[in-house]
Write a protein that binds this ligand. Sequence first.
Ligand code: NAD
Length: 500
Amino acid sequence: MSEIKNKAFWQEKAQRTEFPNQIIINGEFKSSVTGETFPCVSPIDGRVLTNIPACNQADVELAVTAARNAFESGCWSELPPGVRKSKLLKFADLIQKHGDELALLETLDMGKPIGDSLAVDIPATVRCIRWNAEAVDKIYDEVAPTSPKELGLVTRDPLGVVAAIVPWNFPLIMAAWKIGPALATGNSVILKPSEKSPLTALKLGELALEAGIPAGVFNVITGLGKEAGEPLATHMDIDGLVFTGSTAVGKHLLALGAQSNMKRTFVECGGKSPNIVFPDAPDLDTAAKASAVGIFFNQGEVCTAGSRLLVHNSIKKEFVEKVINAAKTMQPGDPLDPETSLGAMVDKAQMQRVLSYIETGKSGGATLSCGGVQALEKTGGFYIEPTVFDNVDNKMTIAQEEIFGPVLSVIGFDTEEEAIAIANDTDYGLAAALWTTDLARAHRVSRKLRAGSVWVNYYDAGDMTAPFGGFKQSGNGRDKSLHALEKYTELKATWMNLDY
Ligand code: NAD
C-alpha cells in the first residue's frame, strides 16, 4: 500500500533527513580547504539544518584542475554522444528515484511548498537532463557547400571547463538548465549553487557519480558569491561561465569574464514582467486567477513573475477584486503541508527586503489593497502575505525594481498603444503576457513587446522545447531547447584540400 504523503509524513521525514554538507571535487567528498563553513538555515522555522563548506579561491583552483584534467583526458569529452546520453539518462533516473528526498531538501532549504517541489521542480529537473541527453545523439554537424576540390566541415567542439553559478529560487531547475546541456555537449562542469540553497546541488553531485559520470567531470563547490563565485569568473583556465541571478551580479560577471580570459559568459537575469489584460480577455475569472498565480507562485520569487498587472481602466475595479479574491486563497502556510500554496521567503534578509519595498510602495502613493505584512511570525520562519498595490504609476520604484516577493503592482491604461508603452518602459525584458480574444491585437501587441517570452491568454507557459531568456537587462543567451546547446560549444570550420 502506498504511503499517505500528508503534512505529518513530511514533517516526520524532515526530522530524520540527512543533509549533504560536503563539496565534490574530482569525485571526492570534501570540506573546504580552510575548513570554514556557514550555517544552512531553513526559512520555514529558522532552524540550522547543517553547516556548509565556505569555499574560496583555493577550492576553486582544485575544482578547475580536476575539471581541466577530466576534460583533457577525454573520459567524457571524447565519448561517443550516445554513451554520454546513456549516463545522463541514468543520472535523470536517479534524480527521479530520489525525488522525494530532493523535494524535501529543496523545501527545507528555500521554503517553497512541498507540493510545488514535487509537482514542478523534480519533474522539470528530470525532464531537462533527459531532454538534453536525448538530444545529443541526434544532432548532426554540417558540410559546407564548397567547391569539389575542398571539403569544409562545420563542427561544434565543447567549450572545455564550464562554471555554472545559479540562484536560490529554483535551485534544482536552474542547475539542470546549465548542467544538462553543458554535460551533454562534453564539457566538464563546476557548479556553484547559491549560499542560500546549496543542499540539492550537493545531492546532484553525489547522484551524478552514482550514474557513472566520471570523477572531475561534474564538481560542486559551495560558498558566498564574492569568495567562491568571483574566483570562477576571473579564472584564466575556465572557458565558459553561465550564470542565473540578479542583473547587478550578471553585469559584474560579464565584466570579469571579459577582463580575465574573455571566457564565454552568458547571464540570465531579473525581470519586471507586464501582464496586460484587455477588456476582451476570453474570461476575466480565469485571467484573474492566472494573474494571481503569475505573481504569487513560489512566493513571488520567480524571474518571470507577472509583477506589473496592466489592466484596461474600463474593467480595472472588477478585475482587481477578482485578483484579490484569488490572492486570499493563497495565504502563507507550512511549506511541509501539501495543501500549502504560498511558502516561506528564502531568508530573513529577503523577507526584510520585500517588506521594505512594501513601505516604499505605501509612501510612494500606491494604494495597498491587500496583504503588505509579515505572517506566521510565531513559527520563527519568514513569511509575507500576498500583497496587491492598486493605482500604481509605472514610474514608481515598486513598478520599476524587481522586488522578488509576493507583491503585485496594478497599473491602469486606456489604449493599446499606452499599454505597450508602459509594458516596455522597463530596464528588463524577460517575459510578458496579454489577454485578448482579438486575434489581430494578439499578434500586433505580442510583436511589439520587448521580451524573451510572450504568452497570449495564459501566464508562464514553457517547456524544454522552446528557448528561455531575456531581452535588454534580463540577460543574454538562452536556456532550454537546442538553442541552449550553442552556448556550450565553439563553432569550428575545418578546411580540407582535396586537390593535391
Ligand atoms: P544573485 O545575483 O544575488 O546570486 C546568484 C548567484 O550568484 C549565487 O550563487 C550567488 O552566490 C552568486 N554571486 C553573487 N555575487 C557574486 C559575485 N560577486 N561573483 C560571483 N558570483 C556571485 O541572485 P539571487 O538573489 O540568488 O537570485 C535572484 C535573481 O535571479 C533575481 O534577479 C531573478 O530574477 C534571477 N533569476 C533569473 C532567472 C532567469 O532565467 N532569467 C531565473 C531565476 C532567477
